[in-house]
Design a binder for this molecule. Structure first.
Ligand code: GLN
Length: 535
């Protein structure tokens, strides 16, 4: 029998429901169970691709090219669940599917309603994710806060599934807040109300994950158990941890959340192999080296906009037993006559320019690349960060001061980065992005080939513009080596500065596949180079 775990949130948003769901997934993985993760986003956007990073943080890209909510990135970092378009369900997708079916006449003239048609669509999408025979558990994170209007159809679908599967096969975990009021006292009332709200939609939680600033003692947990009808063993203190979010799964495990859920679902208990996770936390806690890494980008005031990049840098730190200090540098600070490029960039051991869209701050990124190339400071360009290397080489090595990407200057006389011929003049940008996993062939004798230790690799993409082939020969001759190509040789996938200690740009996004237990090779190598440079 397949099992379902629903993870919901109460009281308010941003309680770390995604991390809680991911941690439960990791614990089930560690017990040898096959887990699938699903995120439900109760917004009307069909996917996160059209949403501004300011609104919604990073867009996480899956192998099959879905542009999803950043919570899927957590699933990828914490669990072995394969992730594709199907693992991200939004209200927009659900309604679109139901309305399409209605237009095709597939409801045979019946009145189409939220219950049962929308809820049936939700249920079938959830069950589709775990349909493979080897899957043991599907974990469904319901976005938003219980009580919001938007999530009602999803909670109703969850209620129905729990009823149909039986409570021994489908369980509910509710994440709530236990705030501290002045004087330091922990308050249980918001949790009481949050549980009541969940009960009102017909769901009795089996476990409560209580977010709090400090550990919630037994007495308080017993009190909460008492007024919520949750067994005491299912009431978990999820207090703030001083180190890393990857410690939270160990915190859950110590309090027996995983064995409690297994017992509830009638799954025989098995040994949890948490060695790799304990190593991650130990290395994070006891670093032996350090690196200060400057990330020069555009959305710096919003941490979530580059979520996977930050995480991958931490993974690179863990791989090197190094503490990574992130220095966020808004690239527009490096622009203009009076900018103190030396002062800002001199203070870091390495520079990373991440992906981005739109013109603002691009010239500052070009300056950062130039600085790194000329001073021998490690430089890692991701997507836009690689295109910046191309623009920088054209401007400063070839002397074409007007060189640019046509994304930022349509009429530049030297369009060294541009759209492919068959994309030019496309008015409607939808659908012209290169999205998802594809192969790159790494050239012999390059840094990138040495790092991957393989000739052919596969990484995820999310971009529209390309290194313009018309300028490849001239730019290479001037000193920017093309280090990787698509298998047909048609597109440039990586560039390097030959003779530089570590100067590499890639057109793809290696951060999406990085895990704390297995850092992406480029991040591990880049952090190692920064540690070395900082000595
Ligand atoms: N804006 C650039 C492009 O579309 C880079 C995209 C990115 O960095 N993800 O090609």
């Amino acid at each position: 029998m397949k099992k379902l775990i629903f993870v919901t949130g109460g009281v308010c948003s941003s309680l770390g429901k995604g991390v809680a769901a991911s941690s439960i997934g990791a614990l089930m993985d560690a017990r040898g169970l096959s887990v699938r993760m699903v995120k439900i986003d109760p917004y009307l956007n069909v996917d996160a691709g059209t949403m501004s990073p300011y609104q919604h943080g990073e867009v996480y890209v899956t192998d099959d090219g879905a542009e999803t909510d950043l919570d899927l990135g957590n699933y990828g970092r914490f669990t072995n669940s394969p992730l594709s378009r199907a693992n991200s369900i939004t209200t927009g997708q659900v309604y679109r599917a139901v309305i399409d079916k209605e237009r095709e006449g597939r409801f045979l003239g019946r009145t189409v309603q939220v219950i049962p048609h929308v809820t049936d669509e939700i249920k079938s999408r959830i069950l589709a994710v775990g349909k493979d025979p080897e899957v043991d558990i599907t974990i469904v994170e319901v976005g938003g806060t219980v009580g919001d209007m938007e999530s009602i159809p999803f909670l109703e679908a969850a209620r129905q599934l729990i009823h149909e599967f039986g409570r021994q096969n489908a369980v509910s975990v509710h994440v709530t807040l236990v705030p501290t009021v002045s004087g330091g006292e922990l308050k249980t009332k918001p949790t009481q109300h949050a549980v009541k709200e969940l009960q009102e939609v017909g769901i009795q939680p089996d476990a409560l994950v209580l977010r709090a600033a400090e550990p919630i003692d037994e007495g308080l947990r017993r009190k909460i158990a008492g007024f919520t009808n949750v067994e005491f063993e299912g009431v978990i203190s999820a207090h703030d941890v001083p180190t890393t979010i990857y410690e939270i799964l160990l915190l859950f495990h110590e309090q027996g959340l995983d064995s409690f859920l297994l017992k509830k679902m009638n799954i025989e208990s098995r040994h949890a192999d948490l060695k790799a996770w304990r190593e991650v936390v130990r290395k994070f806690r006891e670093p032996r080296r350090r690196a200060r890494i400057g990330v020069v980008g555009k959305y710096m005031e919003l941490h979530d906009a580059y979520k996977s990049v930050w995480e991958a840098l931490y993974h690179g730190g863990i791989a090197n037993e190094a503490a990574v200090e992130l220095v966020k540098i808004d690239s527009s600070r490096l622009e203009g006559e009076s900018a103190d490029v030396d002062g800002v960039l001199g203070a870091v051991d390495g520079i990373l320019v991440p992906g981005g869209f739109g013109e603002r701050g691009v010239d500052g990124m070009v300056r950062a690349a130039r600085y790194a190339r000329e001073t021998g400071k490690p430089y890692f360009g991701i997507c836009l960060g690689m295109q910046i290397m191309v623009i920088e080489a054209a401007r400063n090595l070839l002397g074409w001061s007007d060189a640019h990407s046509t994304e930022f200057d349509r009429d530049t006389p030297h369009p060294v980065v541009g759209l492919l011929e068959d994309q030019v003049d496309v008015k409607n940008y939808g659908g012209t992005m290169r999205l998802g996993k594809s192969d790159s062939v790494l050239k012999e004798g390059t840094l990138i080939r040495r790092i991957y230790g393989a000739e052919r690799i596969s990484e995820r993409h999310r971009h529209r513009y390309e290194f313009a082939n018309a300028y490849r020969a001239e730019i290479e001759a001037a000193g920017l080596r093309v280090a990787a190509l698509t298998p047909d040789g048609g597109l440039v996938e990586a560039c390097e500065w030959p003779g530089h200690p570590w100067g590499l740009g890639v057109q793809f996004h290696p951060e999406f596949k990085s895990r704390p237990v297995a850092a992406a090779p480029l991040f591990a190598s880049f952090v190692a180079a920064c540690v070395e440079h900082g000595k």
